[in-house]
Design a protein. Structure first.
Lengths: 112, 116
């Protein structure tokens, strides 16, 4: 059974600071996804990482994938209040046929 | 492009009744659609995988007789919650995958179901 673990689950940070969210998964996969969810809303796709060593950046967010370590990171640079949301990573296991297994989510609060 | 819609966006129904939720891919053909359920403050849990023209594949622990899924066309999948109970109250989200780019999943806006 594929397991996906995120940490931290809750993150409160000051504006302007940097931080990293970690996503570990338990089985071989070459596809990892990061999503953002605002309260009461559905998922917004942030990044799709398709190969080992993949790095993608959009604004203050940067995601990377290390398939050998089964680890992905979502790095936040100089956080702003608008980044407050819940962030999920999700993994598409090799044998899962595009079925995604989600991490527990990281609830990020950026304080002024 | 790649827009997925859901209808209704929210619904309140009485215990014992059935409710149908539609998921449509508006500008692409979705060979596969997925249905997720999300309880408050929790993550998304995959309920079932739906392929056009074939029976849905349900995840372990999901009652197929209670959650009826029909993928009648390449742009429409429906989830019917039969004999709903208050514990079925949840946020139901669908996603769709275009056949040409199976690694992409596009999520609908979700349907909030409240069973009274």
């Amino acid at each position: 059974e594929l397991k996906v673990e995120q940490n931290p689950l809750f993150l409160s940070m000051q504006e302007g600071k940097n931080y990293t969210i970690y996503c570990n998964y338990s089985t071989t996969s070459d596809r990892l996804y990061w999503y953002r969810q605002d309260p009461g809303k559905s998922l917004e796709s942030l990044f799709v990482l398709l190969s080992n060593g993949a790095v993608k950046q959009e604004g203050r967010l940067m995601a990377s994938l290390d398939t050998k370590a089964r680890l992905s990171t979502l790095h936040i640079t100089a956080a702003v209040h608008d980044l407050s949301a819940t962030y999920f990573c999700a993994v598409d296991g090799e044998t899962s046929g595009s079925r995604l297994t989600f991490g527990e989510g990281t609830q990020l609060t950026v304080n002024p | 492009g790649a827009v997925v819609s859901q209808h209704p966006s929210w619904v309140i129904c009485k215990s014992g009744t059935s409710v149908k939720i539609e998921c449509r891919s508006l500008d692409f053909q979705a060979t596969t659609m997925f249905w997720y359920r999300q309880f408050p403050k929790q993550s998304l849990m995959l309920m079932a995988t739906s392929n056009e023209g074939s029976k849905a594949t349900y995840e372990q622990g999901v009652e197929k007789d209670k959650f009826l899924i029909n993928h009648a066309s390449l742009t429409l999948s429906t989830l019917t919650v039969t004999s709903a109970h208050p514990e079925d109250s949840s946020f139901y989200i669908c996603s769709a995958t275009p056949g040409s780019r199976s690694y992409e999943q596009y999520f609908g806006p979700g349907t909030r179901l409240t069973v009274t």
